[in-house]
Design a protein around this ligand. Sequence first.
Ligand code: KIV
Ligand code: NA
Length: 268
Amino acid sequence: ITKRQSAPSIRARKGGEKIVALTSYSAGTARLVDPFCDLLLVGDSLAMVEHGLGSTLSATLEMMILHGASVVRGSARSLVVVDLPFGSYEASPETAFRHAARLMAETGCGAVKLEGGAHMAETIRFLTTRGIPVMAHVGLTPQAVNTFGGFKTQGREREQWAAIEADAAAVAEAGAFAVVLEGVVEPLAAKITQNLDIPTIGIGASAECDGQILVLEDMLGLSPRVPRFVHRFGAIGEAVTAAVEAYAEAVRTKAFPGEANVYQPKAG
Ligand code: KIV
Ligand code: NA
């Protein structure tokens, strides 16, 4: 029996063996990826990937709870982290605590994630001092797409570095056990990773980070278009298309179900 990873065990990996993380939205995929991962994120990207919504801003607490509980049931060894959805944590530390506590209690997850740097430090401290481990998320933060005016790689201009470095330092100082660095240029990711005493988990932020995360559907080849930072490790979309095509053909030509798939009464 392998013990499940915890927020402290992930934090202790700083500078050591790379942290392997993927998103998972359900028990079915969790079962497949859990043996190879340290951390499973029930990301609010599920609003787009799993529910066909236009942005992550449409994710709701109810959705995160339903999918989070499913992933916890389907996994045994990875730390399960559930995203606090847009609107559930920004207004005040108290609001964040109430919703994060519901996520923890109703899913059994081991930590929550929220987006934002220095301006979220007070909330991160409020949660972590009250029994809720927090993974932070800085750099490109998709819930802020409307104030960013699109998804833009962070730190292309050197003048942007200080603010992003300050965000990373603030969330670490506030007690986050790890921080997702998203869409950040390589040398800035390297500098932040060197200067923080908590692990950085990169997505579009180079191999300089202490770990990596990708959206599972993107790396499996299930997403129609993927950003440059994704490597497609599989071609599952093509495999599904081929299998469904073969099934449809077999049904229409009556090749399926065949002898082997049919029940018969007892002989005699
Ligand atoms: O929602 C998500 O999938 C994320 C990532 C870090 C991949 O937040
Ligand atoms: Na997210």
